[in-house]
Design a protein around this ligand. Sequence first.
Ligand code: TRP
Ligand code: ZN
Length: 884
Amino acid sequence: MDIATTPTTPEGNPELADAARTPVDPPVIRREDYKPFPWLVPGIDLHFDLGLDKTRIVSTLSVERNPDAEPTGELRLDGDGLTPAGVKVDGEPVNDWAMDGSDLVLALSGDSHRVEIATEIDPSANTQLMGLYASNGMLCTQCEAEGFRRITFFPDRPDVLSIYRVRMEGPKEQFPILLCNGNKAAEGEGDNGMHWAEWHDPWPKPSYLFALVAGDLVANSAPFTTMSGRTVECNIWVRKEDLARTDHALESLHRSMKWDEETFGREYDLDLYNIVAVSDFNMGAMENKGLNVFNTKYVLADPDTATDADFDAVEGVIAHEYFHNWSGNRITCRDWFQLSLKEGFTVLRDQLFSQDMRGEAVKRIEDVRILRAAQFPEDAGPLAHPIRPDSYREISNFYTATVYNKGAEVIRMMRSMAGAERFREGTDLYFNRHDGEAATCEDFITAIEDGAGLDLSQFRLWYRQAGTPVVTASVLHSAETTLLTLSQKVPPTPGQPDKQPMPIPLRVAMFDRETGEHSGEQLVMLDAAQKGVNFKGFAKPPILSINRGFTAPVIIDRAVNSEDLVFLASHDDDPFARYEALQELAVRHLVAAASGEDAGDGEAAIVSAFRAILTDDALDDAMRGELMVLPSETYLFEAMATGERKADPGAIHAQREALKAALGRDLASEFHALYDRCEKVGFDDPAGRGARKVKTQVLAYAAASDPAKAAELAAHQFDRADNMTDRQGALMVLCGLDTPERDRTLDAFYDRYAGNALVIDKWFTLQALSLHPDVIAQVEALAGHPDFTIRNPNRVRSLYMAFAGNPQGFHDPDGKGYRMIADLILALDPINPQTAARFVSPLGRWRRIEPGRAALMKAELERIAGADKLSRDTYEQVSRSLEG
Ligand code: TRP
Ligand code: ZN
């Protein structure tokens, strides 16, 4: 392997760095083994001498024995790729220390000491983007989960809280802006063009929340006045050329601050809130105390370069990181098994915020769609784990849709059971009781129980058991009563063969066939394997509307005829239930058709439900646009792979395209009338967003039914677009068509945006996601494009994550798609293991796919497993994918 790609100190030990990539069998860390750290570290002083390829760090820890831990004569500090350049205890150089693997172990006999350690690192060689690294000529950090140990030796675990004082010094011309957590305490000029700044963060924090940024940046600033009347200076820091695209981020921050005061009673606690945008970043953003670091993708937005969905994503991620200030920073996690304590809760908080900003129904549908596309497959596959996992080898692999999104759903269920007001009493108690602590999921559940007055004893199973429960519902009607029978089954998952029934809150309504109305909805708690509920007052069997608002993250399995689903799709007053009825119609039809079963009246029913949706004047277009989206192919694979039956990606794709074509054909005049109406709505019109969404949906159906007409419409939309949403929507459709307009518009788009990395990412993604039959060859060619680089995670994801999410390309029957992703994993693993490991899960789904493709997928996993050297990250994901 190429050692140059792993960061070492110049005089560092290459074997040590190499060892980090050669774990034969990396150790398993278990939740039940938690022990408090034997030392407290109330304070840390850090001195940074900053340079792109050489940064020197001197760290001084004040340590005290932890009265709550077992006594010890040593202090063991985590390191990763570091060699100490000098160690002092209480001011004197000492020699009684040793390296144990990558840990620094130091003999300490007294009750309190000052420990000083010097290290030296090369940020420009840090391609993993964990710890201190260089990006676009600036320096920045990413410490969650275990990146701080790549900067200096430290007890790098979230239950060690310290007050940080930081002095940073560097060349002023190269790094005019020096930022760190907390408040700036002092600054000044040094010799030889150097300058320095001292930062003090008054709030004790774990090392994963440490952050530092040095670079040539400018800020968009505006003050926020908090509920108690304090002024907070808010800054969005970017490169000069990006400044014009930061207003939306700044406004989103202010809205988040206001909303958290009003909705959760949470006030910000520093005088300064800094956000820095970085173009090389492994994830979306990071909630470092007072100094959030963001992927540029979630900061920069203007109508010419960002879609409506991009604007929403910026708002949502800004809110998410801001909300972490309380759910994450003021109250942090005791250990990484508790990750959902901060992530699940913060995702719920950002979802509720976005619902309030943009409308509840549409946001709820979007969130359920994400859950089904990302979390349901995870829960049904070899990587399934509870929202509070029991073990890991590499914690980065557990920043998952399960911990984040299912975690949010689990807390949302608590809220549904308590009601919003009592839930707020629960969260108030949680924030008050655990402020300043490193807490556990158990602490959270207990606080909600005490504050909201719920009994969650059985509900705790949601934290322990993996797998998506399947709820079977049936309605039995007699002259007197209607009996709803519900039963549940939680499927076996790796390491958890047998499951207990969980409490499942389901909002239910029964529609009277005569009146078309229901007499009120109720929250049914399914808290046993089976349960019956009686309803009265129906002359004919009523129509069941169940899991309204998606109150529980479960799969509903019920015998219902198409006619009743068409009724619900057209008339249900719960917008989610309406969406759901249409999805159910489509899933049933497509799975039956793909399995070669008689699909019956399925297609006709879908056409008639669609007609109702296209022509319903009471629907706003934003909602109409959601309802028009057919279930994703990944979700259909899950629905098809039940019992002994496996998913057939080729058949699902063909049937789904055929259904789109049938809809486009049968409803051509409705679609075109809708398009014509929406085309007249201006960009700034409040109805504009919905209109844009509907237009692109119409083009997608037209592309399946009448490609020539679609090409003409899409090219026209592209040419006259005054915003990115219309432009990207049109180009998406054109990318899938065999038309000269495809190349013309792709080239025009590229030329217009050359040099704008985020838009060029879109250009890659549109082609990688396209329905074009030559997509594999196109992606291969794009990998050789001068703008492609494996070093930038956004660019890698823009091409390969998009491709892995393109079922037609990825599931190529000859296995070319699988091979391409496996090749990428092998090439990326030595450079950025965290990002490489994220590409394993698409291949890991092999057990649910038909045997021919499954064998090809498994063979690629085995090829990766057989590589000479693998990171802990990729090793863990590949071995679980082969075992599970
Ligand atoms: N805590 C971050 C968030 O959810 C996630 C995150 C950002 C992260 N960067 C990371 C997690 C790097 C692991 C590694 O807001
Ligand atoms: Zn988060």
